[in-house]
Ligand binder design. Sequence first.
Ligand code: ATP
Ligand code: LTN
Length: 334
Amino acid sequence: MLDGKKVLFSGMQSTGNLTLGNYLGALKNWVSLTDEYECFYCVVDEHSITVRQDPAVLRKRARALLILYIAAGIDPEKACLYYQSHVPAHAELAWILDCYTYMGEMSRMTQFKDKSAKHADNINVGLFAYPVLMASDILLYQTDIVPVGIDQLQHLEICRDIALRFNNIYGNVFTIPEAYVGKVGAKIMSLQDPSKKMSKSDENPNASIYLMDDKDTIIRKFKRAVTDSEAHIAYSDSQPGVKNLIDIYSACTGRTSDDIVKEFDGRGYGELKEAAGECVAGLLSPIQVRCAELTKEKDYIDGIIKRNAEKASYTAEKTLRKVQHKIGFPDRIR
Ligand code: ATP
Ligand code: LTN
């Protein structure tokens, strides 16, 4: 609890252009939870360097991501929006928790397996220990809930395991967090291969809708979306492409999949694609306009970055000092 409210923490990597999957699976839920919880929304730039980055591009993307959080509707006066690298406690706690995490646990993580297969020339220790840094992010703020897409549930489980292990040795140091997965949009699939999740690092640009895509591009990508040859609109695992289009349409409109299937009964895939495309373009357009406006407001954004790094550090350091004391590091002399 912080100021009488439960605490929420979440973060995104500043690696690439955000997709509709990131928006519907995570960001959209963040916006709706801001009033109810004391929220920390982090740009996890330290996680980003587990894969090689161009420094100038990384810096630019980190700022663009923080701006996007605001443009998507998060009020920076209510929620704490900040860069992970501006709060040293994240890396410090990660080192400590590394010493309470087993190699076997980390090597089972599917994201590690996927990313090490994809970047076989750079399987670094950071990539391996990635979930421990993520656990530190969450545990530093005594977080109650963590809104994420389904792909991150395994990391959340390991975070809870590490926290419970630590609490069992040292007493109640960490709050045990719960995952929060939205009812719709928790796993948006690639438009080109509906067996894979839509991902910002997909090499095929037609597979993902980027949040900054213009309307024509969005409509074109939906038109090209892979479906099947059944020529009938149903919400079924045997028609994953069509199911994905319905999920997207449902997440954007708030309507149920049943309702959408009824609306499109007897109509062609082309009509469903067009409806989904129009709806996504309408949803993204105001966010794009706001991003462009905010990008010009340099002093306003700088102020948010400075203030929030201080606010996050204050809360994070309280937990870090407690942990350091519990494990036997010498107390600071005041
Ligand atoms: P990368 O391709 O670089 O691994 P990513 O697109 O998977 O990145 P992340 O930065 O790992 O994105 O994820 C940010 C948030 O978006 C997480 O909460 C994640 O669960 C969610 N998310 C990512 N992809 C999807 C998707 N296709 N559907 C729903 N949620 C998603
Ligand atoms: N691993 C997450 C990003 C992330 C995160 C976090 C999400 C880093 N730290 C803490 C929630 C809470 C990802 O790849 N999407």
